[in-house]
Design a protein around this ligand. Structure first.
Ligand code: CO
Length: 214
């Protein structure tokens, strides 16, 4: 059996088992979704959003990319945020990074000439490094430095979310969502909270909209 055939076979078994245990399962999901959470995570195969928080289909709206970034020119991520916040009306947005993140490690190294597109994506993490270079360089090992950059990168993405008109409008209009920054440890599977921004949190004035209801 080819590896991809195993996936299709597993899917068939999964669907049959679900239906057996709960005959209405798929009909119920077919009606629509009302997730309470938007998850912005890393594309890393070892950090699957639903599995690490034991969530079921329908509970979490998910966007994943290399190194869990919120880049203000990335229509992919921003349209996910807009849909989650304005249409699905999620109460919480979680940015989840993880230690040993290949994207963050690569951002600490020189650029690879064979990965021109990925380089550009990682450039934003290099900027986070430069913003906190003094703090990071004081740490004794490259590993500790990378771990700290993972954390600072998560915090930066949460702040970037708060800079968007989508979040500022929703905060003013609905007093939601709460923004969370978490980090996941591959070594023990445990999540840690790094930052929480409730609606109305202070935003540096250069990022504030004069009137976010416009
Ligand atoms: Co990663």
């Amino acid at each position: 059996m080819k590896p991809f055939e195993k996936l299709l076979l597993e899917n068939k078994a999964w669907a049959e088992e679900k239906k057996l245990k709960e005959p209405e399962y798929f009909e119920h999901l077919e009606q629509g979704q009302q997730p309470e959470f938007l998850w912005i995570g890393c594309a890393d195969s070892r950090v699957p959003a639903e599995i690490i928080v034991n969530a079921q289909p329908g509970e979490i709206f998910v966007h994943r990319n290399i190194a869990n970034q919120v880049i203000t020119t990335d229509f992919n991520c921003l349209s996910v945020v807009q849909y989650a916040v304005d249409v699905l009306k999620v109460s919480h947005v979680i940015v989840c990074g993880h230690y040993n993140c290949g994207g963050v490690h690569a951002a600490l190294a020189k650029q690879r000439p064979d990965l021109v597109l990925t380089n550009k994506w990682l450039m934003h993490i290099k900027d986070v490094y430069r913003l906190h270079q003094d703090e990071i360089e004081e740490l004794p090992s490259r590993e500790r430095q990378a771990d700290r950059l993972v954390e600072l990168n998560v915090i930066e993405q949460v702040q970037r979310l708060s800079h968007t008109s989508i979040i500022q409008k929703a905060w003013k209009r609905d007093q939601r969502p709460v923004l969370h920054g978490w980090v996941y440890a591959l070594g023990d599977g445990v999540l840690q909270q790094l930052i929480t921004l409730p609606p109305g949190s202070m935003i540096n004035s250069i990022y504030q909209y004069e009137d976010p209801s416009d």
